[in-house]
Design a protein around this ligand. Sequence first.
Ligand code: CP
Length: 379
Amino acid sequence: MNPGLKDEKMKKDLIDITDLTTEEIDELIAVAEDIVKTPEKYSEVMRHRKIATLFYEPSTRTRFSFESAMLDLGGSVIGFSSPTECSVSKGESVADTARTAACFADVIAMRHFKDGAAFVAASNVDIPVINAGDGGHMHPTQTLTDLFTIHMEKGGFDNLTVGLCGDLKYGRTVHSLIAAMARYKGVKFILISPDELKIPEAVKTDILEAQKLDYIETDNLEEVMPQLDVLYMTRIQQERFRDQASYERLRDVYILDNKKLESAKPDMCILHPLPRVNEIAVEVDEDPRAAYFRQVRNGKFVRMALIMKLIAAYDSAKEKGETLEKPSQDNAEEFPKNILRCGNSRCISGIEQGLKPLFKKTESGYRCIYCDTKGTRNG
Ligand code: CP
């Protein structure tokens, strides 16, 4: 067993932050805190274990932090940082690439440009798969990083007013952070974005409204600044726009600078998943409230805790002769494409060979099991 981790049953994979219970998140944060204090205690726990980092899309922080997390645990790393470096460039599917990585590694961290890709990988292998970002969908380890940073900066989560600013439509880190923070008492969300980049309906109906959370939407950052305990800035995601003109119009819609911060609380904490382009002026970096580079550093510690926890759960199940469950396809229904199809052009179901178009029934209609988008009926 690994130091500091309970030998309890958990999901095999981390695809969506909701795969973790609140107790599991709290445990990962506690272990990450302990790693910060006593890194030597953890320096050999993953000896002879490997992580495969399968990155189909560019990354600096996520890949570096997964790789240094495994190295600092005494393990090693295989993988690719671009699909051009491996047989993906010959047309190999996500499922086959994941199956191949699972022949050599103990855990997979996957970033892909299509929504739902990590779900497909996890469904095809027995070892744990960690979603390191799937298209504009989810980025749960960024959320763990964000939560750990908020915990370190603010001492907890209850009763915080969290402003999320910028690209709330394509900013996958925002969707996961809302799902996670929604579990804590008295959290209020202020969603700051232009109309074109508002939070997706699915996040609104399935999380904010379903859980009767306190939230408002606005396009005015200055007006709400004095209320905020946490300001989470995001980049306008150029790579997700279909037309360049819309991106150019919206790219500099919010620029946080020292002048705008004059009305903020003295202990407000400024986060950003990074990379930033222009949305936080460089002058803000000197402000003690700017926590975004501390946030980058924190990403390694919480990923160390996560790798240990997933591998411990996998080992424990294996010792007992059990298999951990793959992502749930319970109650999923298959429809012919001419009846119902995924309405999301960025969904993995549009490109992955042999993938069944599966949908789950929800209160707001049928949703694609890979990317959560509403099915589009034909005719
Ligand atoms: N925050 C984040 O995901 O950064 P990278 O794209 O550099 O990994």
